[in-house]
Ligand binder design. Structure first.
Ligand SMILES: [Zn+2]
Length: 137
């Protein structure tokens, strides 16, 4: 995928400021920097989203995410840290190469997340859970 901006970053054809890399993962500074220390953890191979991620890639991303999160905390001492990952345009994905945002959070930083809680009855939760369990394979 030569037209993919993250594939070009991974290949070094577009400059990036890297903080970590291994066989599966490349982590670099987000040029948008919501707050200082904002890092993107991307898989090295072109994988569009979470649905296409192989287990070994998921494991590598999870390990790198936790390790880099601790480094961001130690380096910047933010009030908190948000992990953001989107799959599909409707979910807010804009670069269709799997990646995770690690966003250090500061009081009043203006980052917002709307979460419309609906609190359905228990029977509805049981029904949803049954569908997911049946789809696990
Ligand atoms: Zn790509």
């Amino acid at each position: 995928m030569t037209d993919c901006v993250f594939c070009r970053i991974v290949a070094g054809r577009i400059p990036s400021t890297r903080v970590y890399e291994d066989e599966q993962v490349v982590a670099f500074m987000d040029i948008g920097q919501v707050n200082p220390g904002h890092v993107l953890v991307a898989v090295r191979s072109h994988v569009e989203n979470l649905f296409s991620l192989e287990d070994a890639q998921a494991e590598a991303v999870a390990r790198a995410t936790a390790r880099i999160a601790r480094a961001i905390r130690n380096a910047f001492s933010p009030g908190g840290l948000s992990v953001y990952q989107a799959n599909g345009a409707v979910a807010g994905q804009t670069v269709f190469h799997y990646h995770v945002h690690l966003v250090p959070r500061l009081e009043g930083d203006g980052m917002a997340f709307t979460w419309p809680v609906r609190n359905p009855p228990r029977e509805e939760l049981e029904s949803h859970a049954a569908r997911i369990r049946a789809a696990l394979s």
